[in-house]
Design a protein around this ligand. Structure first.
Ligand SMILES: Cc1cc2nc3c(=O)[nH]c(=O)nc-3n(C[C@H](O)[C@H](O)[C@H](O)COP(=O)(O)O)c2cc1C
Length: 426
């Protein structure tokens, strides 16, 4: 079985003096990745909003729940599979959409796609990916993929992204609601670094016919104050920008397309005026299941169902948007009660172990999303690093399942948990 096989492989390699390149411990994983990446990449990936209270709360929330293992239940045969939107998945994991992966690895999303396929874990393409969805789709073969959408101020672009996702074999659209503006991210602010302004993480745009048309039809004219001063740093940025544009380097430098692409992107990438009234527009334009990502209140979950939404992602964006927000595992029981099994719930933000996944499933999630940990694996060892991270999560989950006295995911229920407070008073 998964867990025992993985353990055995690691311990056997140890006999020949080899230790895992990618740490199995989440804190060590982050520390090792930090050494493998530029400072601004680490700031962007690890950082949260404001004081970082939500990032901490995500972990504390999981720690407040305790598993109560049951004994003597013959767990020699275990099945970790779950059913999600009509597909049976071997394990309850998905790869969250994580943008700008070129900051840590040249192959970026392509490497993640290859790892996802090899490990049989669905990949959610980010709207802010470093490689176009069509290129990732080719790497994925028949492996499942979804597309995550940010709602642009331009509805033609929204439609174009959705059509491309359909043509790329995506099985669902995940509309992220919590990032109509970027959160107040102090680590990035203090080094004055935003990857998009360097042309990173805009590959879905620069490869899009509607986006290219917008650039051609609505040229950006920079005001005098907006022209960057011709410092060496500004020149370096211009070169980076130009490399990001998929035309040949020299023509795009001359045509100014690259800078225009970034300016246009910043102008249209998201729409803070979005309301529930906009949801039917998307619903009418695709037959694919739609999930809303960023749901943290039971009433929003109920409304999503009323609007014909097919699933929700309980997420606080890894603590990157609202400082001091509720953790997702704290929000989950109320939301699960409101949803009452009518649509699937995916939970992300702070999932760092098999036990975390177990707790989320016990409280009503159908599956969990992995975010930063796989970006760290990518930084350490590229595609192989992402694979190792996934193998570790799968193994850890399988062992936790069995050691808690469950043979299948269906057997994981709320009775498998106690809250820390109850555990102390009992
Ligand atoms: C570097 C980074 C980039 C992200 N980019 C996106 C994105 O493009 N779209 C999106 O919906 N969520 C994005 N997220 C949020 C993730 O999908 C997910 O909600 C979050 O990473 C979960 O928290 P965790 O990584 O701490 O477990 C990003 C997260 C990180 C860390």
């Amino acid at each position: 079985m998964l867990g025992v096989l993985r353990q055995t492989a690691i311990y056997r390699a140890g006999v020949s003096g080899r230790r895992p390149r990618v740490p199995t411990d989440a804190t060590q994983l982050e520390a090792r990745a930090r050494k493998a990446m530029p400072a601004e990449a680490y700031a962007y990936i690890a950082g949260g909003a404001g004081t970082g209270a939500t990032v901490r709360a995500n972990r504390e929330g999981f720690d407040r729940w305790r598993i109560v293992p049951r004994m003597l239940r013959d767990v020699s045969e275990r099945d970790t599979s779950v059913e999600l939107l009509g597909r049976r998945l071997a394990t309850p994991f998905l790869l969250c959409p994580v943008g700008v992966l070129e900051m840590v690895d040249d192959e970026a999303d392509l490497a993640v796609a290859r790892a996802a396929r090899a490990e049989g874990v669905p990949m959610i393409f980010s709207n802010q990916a470093s490689r176009p969805m069509e290129a990732c789709a080719r790497e994925l073969g028949d492996s499942p993929r979804w597309f995550q959408l940010y709602w642009s101020t331009n509805n033609d672009l929204v439609e174009s992204f959705v059509k491309r996702a359909e043509a790329s074999g995506c099985e669902a659209i995940v509309l992220t609601l919590d990032t109509t503006m970027l959160g107040w991210r102090t680590r990035d602010l203090d080094i004055a670094y935003l990857p998009f302004l360097r042309g990173k993480g805009i590959a879905q745009y620069t490869s899009d016919p509607v986006f290219r048309r917008i650039i051609a039809e609505e040229p950006v004219v920079l005001g005098k104050d907006e022209q960057p001063k011709p410092t060496p740093a500004a020149l370096r940025t211009l070169v980076q920008l130009t490399r990001a544009y998929p035309d040949r380097f020299v023509p795009s430098l001359r045509s100014g397309h690259a800078r225009a692409a970034v300016q246009t992107f910043t102008r249209i990438y998201s729409r803070p005026s979005l309301t529930w009234e906009d949801i039917p527009f998307l619903r009418e334009r695709t037959k694919l299941p739609i999930l809303l990502k960023g749901i943290l209140h039971p009433d929003d979950a109920r409304r999503a169902i009323d609007e014909g939404i097919d699933g929700i992602v309980v997420s606080n964006h890894g603590g990157r948007q609202v400082d001091g927000a509720t953790s997702t595992i704290e929000a989950l029981p109320g939301i699960a009660a409101a949803v009452d099994g009518r649509i699937p719930i995916v939970l992300d933000s702070g999932v760092r172990s098999g036990a975390d996944a177990f707790k989320a499933l016990a409280l009503g999630a159908t599956a969990v999303g992995l975010g930063r940990p796989y970006a760290y694996g990518l930084a350490i060892a590229g595609e192989a690093g992402v694979r190792e991270v996934l193998q570790n999560f799968k193994a850890d989950f399988d062992l936790t399942l069995g050691l808690s006295g469950c043979r299948t995911v269906a057997e994981i229920g709320p009775e498998a948990l106690t809250s820390a407070a109850e555990a102390i008073t009992a």
